[in-house]
Design a protein around this ligand. Sequence first.
Ligand code: GUN
Length: 279
Amino acid sequence: MKTIDGKKIAAKKLLALKDEISEMEIEPTLAVILVGNDPASHLYVDHKEKAAKEIGIELRKYIFDENIAKEEVEASIEFLNNDPETHSIIVQLPLPVQLDTNDIIELMNPEKDVDGFHPINQEKFLNNEEYLFPVFPHAIVSLIESEEEDLTDKNAVVIGKSNIFDNVMTHALNNLGAKTQFISCIDKKQFSEKENDVINGADIIVTACGVPGILSCDVISDNAIVIDGGISKVDGKTVGDVDKSECGDREIIVSPVPGGVGPVTIACLLENVVELAKK
Ligand code: GUN
């Protein structure tokens, strides 16, 4: 098994961005709305803040209590939507139950939606209209392309549990010439025989389930590229969707967790921040 070094890919992107920002007349800004006490969300935002600072992006955090009223979050988004000093906004997910994720995302000014989550921006991406490449799928494509630039006629499979991600990811791979199938992992701990056959026939496998070890190397074919976008904690350790116990000396390329999709996602986010600041 070979692993893909996400940290190295991210470092290269960040270095290029730092150079680009140093030539800009304005300092790009990113507002992050963070609600509640989820330790993983706080950690992700800390990582984003550190990377942003290192390359010259100003990240402003708007931190709210777990029990915040919906109206207060809405008022902040309204403020940031109209604030000329704020070039881009993210609402860190997941949100506490009293806040409807779709409603909150739809409130964002689509022109500042740096994740690419707003339905208007998803629609644009799916229709191949000009907008940003949504961050998470962009990170996954960057990892795949670091190993295989030509995806023409490759068999790909996207294994996921969110409509937003699944559609956009499938579209991104098809746009690159792959023939992409989709498998839902909602409420699943293992795959059916038919699903295993699809996975076995895939040259490119993208998984974002957050179910530790749901994908075992014994169903993956030799020479496949596997991008593991799942993150879970098991006994205090961060693990992905791929159970590597059967991977051993197989000819399979896997992105590790941690150190794979995570750092590249941050770099792709900051690329989009710079794009929005330039607009
Ligand atoms: N929570 C986990 N990943 C992400 C992400 O890429 N964007 C946002 N907004 N929240 C997240």
